[in-house]
Design a binder for this molecule. Structure first.
Ligand SMILES: Cc1ncc(COP(=O)(O)O)c(C=O)c1O
Length: 427
């Protein structure tokens, strides 16, 4: 379990001494930006295609221009009140509609816009808790999710006073259905599966899991925060994709992030419910303060408007054929990467990821040490544990760097093997 950061008491005391105050006098914008960009030099340079998570760049200047323009056009508006800014209300309505149809949601479905996957998940768990209370009289519920599910589910349980029940994975890193069956009881308000999960990019057995939930009368969340803008376009390209969306009768709700493979800038996700009425459970109205009726359907009150505008703009700019073409390139890049990793001695991809995300380990060497060498060479790969591995979330921008990273990975493996006296490719 991730613990608290290890900070010594001396360091903590020093941190407490450190106070920043507002500068007495303003500075010139040139001076402010000089300092900002100086600091930024220390950040990972994602634009070079060497960062493998956190951002999802297309590497296309035309797409970036659309994002800049849409963000700029709505920099100052507030999405809290779409009555004041009706254009935002309309764009938000269209964005959630487009995502719902991508996920094959039925016409009676309802959907909400949120700031990201974590907020979509939090709202989905809230709705599940409230429905379980209203329909089944459950006061102290639990949610059952495979260990590979995003921590947002554990966080939601923590925020909403529910018991978190993480369940074991099978040897292929997908949810162990029997473990889920064992964990579900009469107080379970939600069962979760990922399509697909962050750690290994594998799709949980969504059909089986959702049937378990359906049979027990429990809500089921298919988390497609990553997969929502991947799997539908893989299907269009003819890849075999297991059922993961509302076409499965047991799937009651889904999350899908536009700020991942929807290629918009951060702050855009959608939560979709099979029945629009359930949305009422995530709406909050309050009329007891002396400033009129207050009404929101999200965690935040005042809300940035630019994510709505950017999501709407990029989805309309790319359209279905634009996403399909980006996916075609992405799958070619992923396939080359998989083949290249498989050809490096000792390296092995974990599980069977089908989309542009993979983790790999080494059967011969310490993969963490290999990761350290890659860090030193300026590649920013993620890390996974159990077993230890390196993690790559592949974006279109990476296409140009695939041979370079495979070459560096080969050298990193060889240099590590050399240091322990094993024969290397260069011997
Ligand atoms: C499968 C999955 N679900 C949910 C989330 C949470 O999304 P966010 O970081 O936008 O809150 C992530 C983030 O990577 C994810 O991979």
């Amino acid at each position: 379990m991730a613990g608290k950061p290890k900070v010594s008491s001396d360091e903590l005391a020093a941190l407490r001494q450190w106070r920043v105050t507002l500068p007495e006098h303003g500075r010139s914008s040139a001076n402010v930006f000089a300092e900002m960009f100086q600091r930024k030099c220390g950040d990972a340079d994602w634009s070079g295609g060497r960062v493998f998570s956190l951002i999802y760049p297309t590497g296309r200047s035309d797409v970036d221009s659309v994002l800049f323009e849409a963000n700029n056009a709505y920099l100052f508006e507030n999405a809290l009140n779409p009555l004041r800014f009706p254009s935002l209300g309309i764009m938000q309505h269209e964005v959630v509609g487009m995502v719902s149809s991508l996920l094959n949601a039925p016409t009676a479905s309802g959907a909400g816009f949120s700031a990201g996957g974590t907020e979509s998940i939090l709202l989905s768990v809230l709705v599940s808790r409230e429905r379980a209370k209203a329909e089944r009289g459950i006061e102290r519920g639990n949610i059952v999710f495979p260990l590979s599910a995003h921590p947002a589910f554990a966080k939601a349980a923590f925020f909403l006073g529910l018991e978190a029940r993480p369940t074991a994975l099978a040897s292929d890193f997908r949810a162990d259905v029997n473990a889920v069956v064992d964990a579900v009881d009469e107080n379970t308000v939600l069962v979760v599966g990922s399509a697909y999960g962050f750690p290994h990019g594998v799709i949980d057995p969504i059909e089986e899991l959702s049937e378990v939930a359906l049979a027990r009368g429990v809500a089921f969340h298919s988390d497609s925060c990553i997969g929502g803008f991947v799997l539908p376009f893989m299907e269009r390209l003819g890849f075999e994709v297991p059922a993961f969306d509302f076409r499965l009768p047991g799937v009651t709700q889904m999350s899908c992030d536009i700020h991942k493979y929807g290629y918009t800038t951060k702050g855009a996700s959608v939560v979709v419910y099979r029945e629009s009425d359930w949305m009422n459970h995530q709406m909050f109205g309050y009329d007891q303060w002396p400033a009129g009726f207050y009404w929101t359907g999200s965690v935040a009150g005042a809300r940035a408007a630019s994510p709505v505008a950017a999501a709407w703009a990029v989805m309309n700019y790319l359209g279905e054929d634009g996403y399909v073409e980006l996916m075609r390139g992405l799958m070619a890049t992923t396939s080359r990467l998989r083949e290249g990793i498989g050809a490096i001695r000792g390296l092995r991809i974990l599980g069977e990821p089908i989309g542009p995300l993979l983790s790999f380990t080494s059967d011969d060497d310490d993969i963490s040490a290999i990761g350290d060498v890659m860090d030193d060479r300026g590649w920013h790969l993620g890390r996974v544990t159990g077993p230890s591995g390196l993690h790559m979330m592949i974006s279109p921008l990476h296409a140009a760097n695939i041979e370079a990273i495979l070459e560096d990975l080969t050298r990193a493996v060889d240099s590590h093997a050399e240091s322990r006296g094993a024969p290397t490719r260069y011997n």
